[in-house]
Design a protein around this ligand. Structure first.
Ligand SMILES: *Cc1c(COP(=O)(O)O)cnc(C)c1O
Length: 297
């Protein structure tokens, strides 16, 4: 599969003689967009090959992972169960409404149980309630998702830098593993973290190269946090490029890269590839909740 790659043209890039390209995973599919397709595909085939007719996974109320899992399960004729962090909120937001329309069963766990979601206690509780199921961890993260993520990178060796947003670090680790040793892979955490965080350890263990680096300055305070600068940036970038960015992940990464260009942190003539990991359904939830007008396509 070839994925569309756009060149971004902005005056700042011309003046630095830097080329930025963006790989549009967001355009791959209307519902299973972005990195989630790559993270889910081998999980679903493992479930099917092993004869499961039910798949259970975890996520927040705005989760792209829940959204994509619900849709894919419906398409493949599997039952799906979404275990959601926190209390049920009525009316349901766009994400959970969509999931339910795909016949996903939703089950809410309080924050303590959600944190313990992979303990025997909670798994047994879920098995009693829903019967046997294929268990996909939060974000789909396991060896299957790591393997699938490597397919995001196809003959992309003409780029000096490849940049990706980080949630759990699975996609970033896959991209690193599929990269060439002489490329620089930059990760932009959308969550609050540092060199001592679990996510950092995860990436260290999951990667088989040392050509990567994390840039911590662009988390905007943590997961799903944002400020006026980020919102203005999304609108301005959309005006100039017609490319929509999701406020949770890709916007922070692209903001960071452009800011680093401004600060001359990339050498002249650099070729930079950004991975647009999708997630635009999340903007719909933000628009609903905070009366924003973030672009969604
Ligand atoms: C899930 C997601 C990510 C994070 O991917 P990880 O593999 O968890 O790091 C990044 N961008 C978007 C749009 C996502 O939906």
């Amino acid at each position: 599969m070839t994925i569309k790659t756009d060149e971004i043209s902005l005056p700042i890039l011309l003046s630095r003689n830097i080329k930025i390209y963006i790989k549009r995973l967001d355009l791959m599919h209307p519902y299973v967009s972005g990195n989630k397709w790559f993270k889910l595909k081998h999980n679903f085939s493992e479930a099917v090959v092993n004869g499961y007719n039910k798949i259970l996974t975890f996520g927040g109320a705005y989760s792209n992972h829940i959204f994509s899992t619900a849709y894919l399960a419906k398409e493949l004729g599997l039952q799906s169960i979404g275990v959601i962090r926190g209390e049920e909120i009525i009316p349901k937001n766009y994400t959970l409404n969509f999931a339910e329309n795909c016949n996903m069963k939703l089950h809410y766990l309080n924050r303590d149980d959600f944190r313990d979601r992979e303990t025997e206690r909670v798994i047994n509780f879920l098995k009693d309630k829903f019967g046997d199921f294929y268990l996909m961890p939060l974000g789909g993260n396991n060896l299957n998702s790591l393997k699938g993520g490597e397919e995001i990178i196809e003959q992309d060796d003409r780029y000096d830098f490849i940049c990706s947003s980080i949630g759990t670090g699975s996609t970033f680790s896959s991209i690193t593993n599929a990269s060439q040793q002489n490329q620089n892979i930059l990760g932009f955490p959308a969550i609050r973290m540092n060199n001592n965080s679990k996510t950092y350890q995860f990436i260290k263990n999951a990667t088989n190269k040392n050509n990567w680096k994390l840039i911590f300055h662009y988390d905007f305070g943590g997961f799903a946090k944002y400020d006026k600068n980020l919102i203005n940036f999304i609108h301005k970038f959309y005006e100039e490029t017609k490319i929509p960015l999701d406020i949770i992940y890709t916007a922070k990464m692209v903001y960071g890269v452009i800011d680093m260009v401004k600060k001359n942190m990339f050498t002249r003539n650099s070729k930079i590839l950004l991975i647009h990991t999708g997630g635009l359904q999340g903007n719909i939830g933000f628009n609903e909740r905070f009366s924003m007008k973030l672009p969604i396509s």
